[in-house]
Design a protein around this ligand. Structure first.
Ligand code: CIZ
Ligand code: SF4
Length: 365
C-alpha cells in the first residue's frame, strides 16, 4: 500500500489533455465525497470542473449546507478559510495551491489592525464609537478581530446593507483593507469624501490629525486591489468614442473615478446578471477580472452582445491563476489515497470569533 502523499512534482509537467482526463476520472471515483466550489475569477480550465460557482458571498452561503466530506476551493486563501469556518466540524477544506493568496487581503494584517486600534483608542473609545468592517478579502484573524469588537464582514454584494447596519450601531466605521469599495459604498450612501479620509496604518495616527479623525464617518484603510487598480478613465473615454451607445459596468474595487464614470457599479454577481439580462446587441465595457470578462464575452456572443475588457493590458488575478489543472488533479488524487494535501484549517479560537462576524454578515444580508 502506498503510504506517502503523492508529490506535486509528479504533476508539474503533465500535459493539459492528460490532466483534464485525470481530473474527470478522479471526480468519478470520489463522487459525493467531494464538492468543488469555483469563484468567477478562476480560469476556465479549472472553473469548468466546479459543482457550484459564485462570488464569495454566494459560495459562503452554499458552504453551510454541504454534505461532502471534502470541499475543494477553486479560489484564493481567504475564501477557503471562510469555507472552513462555516463548514461542518468534520469537513475538510482543500485549496489546490497554497500560494493562491490575495494581494489586497495582504495589505492588512493583525499587527497593523491592532496597532490601528491602539492609535484610534488615543482619540476615542474605539468599541463605543467605531464599527470595524472587514471586506471578506482578508485573513481569518482580521475577521476574528471584527467578531471580537462588534464588527462585521462585508462582500462587494452586500457592502451597502452592511454599512447601513454599522451606522445604526456606532457613529463611525473603520473599513479595511479595500479603500475603493469603502469609498464607493460610502459615497453612494451620501457620505462626503472629506468624511472618508484614508488611514495609513504605517503612520502614527494613520497620518491624520485628531480633528480629521473626529470628523470622519468612515476611515478608509490604505489598501487596494492591484488588478482593479489598472482600470482608468481613459479606457472608458476611448470606448465611449468608439461606441457612444455602449454601457460601462465596473466592480467597486476599481478606482473612484472609474466607478463615478460607469453606468453601473457592482459585484461580480451583479455584473454577470446585469449583462445577461440586458437586451441583445448591447455593448459593454467591463471593469473586473479578465477570466470573468472572457467567459462572459463568449457566453453573450450568440446574443450579439459585445463584452469588452476595460484595460488594454492583461490584468488577470495572478494569485487566482495559481489554481491550475495540475494542482487540481494532484489534490484530487491525494484524496483518493485518503492523504489530503493543502488542508486549510483556521485555529479554533480564531475560527469561533471570525464566525461571529461572518454570521452577523449573513444575518444582515
Ligand atoms: O466577493 C467576491 O467574490 C469578489 C472577490 C468579488 C466579487 O465582487 O464577487
Ligand atoms: Fe484579491 Fe484583487 Fe485577486 Fe480579487 S482580483 S482576489 S481582490 S488580488
Amino acid at each position: 500500500m502506498n503510504t506517502a502523499t503523492i508529490k506535486f512534482e509528479a504533476f508539474e509537467g503533465l500535459q493539459n489533455d492528460e490532466c483534464q482526463k485525470r481530473i474527470l476520472d478522479a471526480k468519478k471515483i470520489l463522487g459525493k465525497k467531494i464538492i468543488i466550489l469555483g469563484h468567477h475569477y478562476q480560469n476556465e480550465s479549472v472553473y469548468k470542473h466546479s459543482d457550484l460557482t459564485g462570488d464569495s458571498l454566494k459560495l459562503a452561503k452554499y458552504v453551510s449546507n454541504l454534505e461532502a466530506k471534502y470541499i475543494i476551493f477553486l479560489g484564493v486563501h481567504f475564501m477557503a478559510e471562510v469555507a472552513n469556518i462555516l463548514g461542518r466540524a468534520n469537513q475538510i477544506t482543500v485549496l489546490p495551491d497554497l500560494a493562491a493568496g490575495c494581494s489586497m487581503a495582504d495589505m492588512a494584517n493583525l499587527t497593523k489592525v491592532e496597532r490601528t486600534f491602539r492609535e484610534l483608542s488615543k482619540v476615542m473609545n474605539f468599541d463605543e464609537k467605531i464599527t470595524p468592517i472587514t471586506y471578506i478579502n482578508s485573513a481569518a484573524d482580521l475577521k476574528a478581530f471584527c467578531g471580537e469588537h462588534g464588527g462585521v464582514v462585508c462582500t462587494s454584494t452586500n457592502a451597502p446593507k452592511i454599512l447601513e447596519w454599522a451606522f445604526k450601531q456606532r457613529e463611525k466605521v473603520l473599513f479595511f483593507p479595500d479603500q475603493n469599495l469603502g469609498r464607493w459604498t460610502g459615497y453612494k450612501m451620501g457620505v462626503s469624501l472629506e468624511e472618508m479620509p484614508v488611514w495609513d496604518p504605517d503612520l502614527p495616527l494613520g497620518g491624520l490629525d485628531e480633528k480629521t479623525i473626529k470628523d470622519a464617518k468612515i476611515l478608509l484603510w490604505k489598501g487596494h486591489c492591484a488588478v482593479h487598480q489598472m482600470f482608468r478613465l481613459q479606457h472608458i473615454n476611448l470606448f465611449k468614442e468608439k461606441h457612444p451607445d455602449g454601457m460601462i459596468i465596473s466592480h467597486p474595487e476599481a478606482p473612484f473615478e472609474v466607478c463615478k464614470n460607469s453606468d453601473f457599479v457592482g459585484s461580480t454577481e451583479f455584473i454577470l446578471n446585469t449583462i445577461k439580462e440586458a437586451k441583445p446587441n448591447t455593448k459593454w465595457l467591463v471593469g473586473t477580472e479578465l477570466n470573468l470578462v472572457n467567459r462572459l464575452a463568449k457566453e453573450m456572443r450568440p446574443e450579439g452582445k459585445l463584452v469588452q475588457f476595460m484595460s488594454h493590458v492583461v490584468c488577470e488575478c495572478s494569485t487566482m491563476a495559481r489554481i491550475d489543472p495540475q494542482h487540481l488533479a494532484w489534490t484530487l488524487e491525494n484524496i483518493i489515497d485518503d492523504k489530503p494535501v493543502n488542508i486549510i484549517k483556521v485555529p479554533e479560537r480564531e475560527a469561533k470569533l471570525a464566525k461571529l462576524s461572518l454570521d452577523r454578515m449573513l444575518q444582515i444580508s
